[in-house]
Design a binder for this molecule. Sequence first.
Ligand code: OGA
Ligand code: MN
Length: 372
Amino acid sequence: MAKMAASIVETGEDAFRKIFKLYKRRNPPPDFSDVIDFSKCVTTDKIVPVKLDPAAVSDGDAAKVGLRPVKDWKAFNLQGYPGFIFITNPFLRGSQLFWVRQCLKIYPQKPNVCNLDMHMSPIDTQDIWDKSVPNLSPSVGKREPRTLLERLRWVTLGYHYNWTSKTYSANHCTPFPTELHLLSYQIATACGFPGFIAQAGILNYYKSDSSLGIHVDESELDHSRPLLSFSFGQSAIFLLGGTHRQDTPTAMYMHSGDLMVMSGQSRLFYHAVPRIVPTHRKVEALETDRCGWHSGWQGGAVVEQVSEEDWAVCARYIHSSRINMTVRQVLGEGQSFPETPPLPGHPEVRQEDDEDRMKRRRKSDSFNIKNT
Ligand code: OGA
Ligand code: MN
């Protein structure tokens, strides 16, 4: 063990970092043939289909949050990653864009916190959507971002993650969006975690050249609760490692609508997003899903019909961008914040042209991954 640690120090490179750099590389581009694609439904000895309990969530409760009946979900475990569950797009046709609209139009609003608040006044970061929509370029992300929406990098919900202290705190908390709690609650229940309480959310907004550094999500005080991750828009490569940086990570695609549940041992495994992978076919199919609005979304539904104007903006945004929502329960039942919080870490999405980039350079190498 001591020998291995010494060799990392000497070379400045561990197994995870090596694979991260490989998949991030532009020139020449890497070989993607080892990247697992759960949507292709091939089962190897590493990919293990898992049957979730279809009775845990009623079809009606699933439909209310925009999800298909649990019996129709395709869920997988990965050999060697206990507690990790990958669910390929379980959303009903037309419902993904509702969640995309929440991420672009609703969740950046006050009292939630976003990256623009770090250097702009609350008045200037009000109505990000309304201020941006008239000036959005035809292809978002293809040139220097002009609008606030194009400069949006992250939003925090509930207990607001503090990127400097790497902690949550009792005194920086705003109400967690009810509909996102309900979505998360149903998914957690279906995965065997009844009673999940969504208390914190980190939304990441990726452009085609963004990446997310190697990290473990350990700032939450109770790690027995799962971490839920939602992907929308462009695809990405996700790397899942182990408890040590020396553990070689497994690469997998995350496509629009895919869910990941990190629980058990995997809850504290290293992971990263080295690369966004353009996938126009899947996203175009999504854009035309409006006709798929479900008649089943009647009384009590939290997923509402998105107006044609909003739909057009969201469709345009995800044509070149990716949105990731992670939902976390911070505290266990009856738990409260200690006097002195621990010191773990979560990196920000890095942007080549992000004006904040230089200001927020991180000390740890996992935060110092640059775009090419
Ligand atoms: C995170 C995270 C992964 C992703 O926000 O903690 O790991 O897919 N996100 O963007
Ligand atoms: Mn994470």
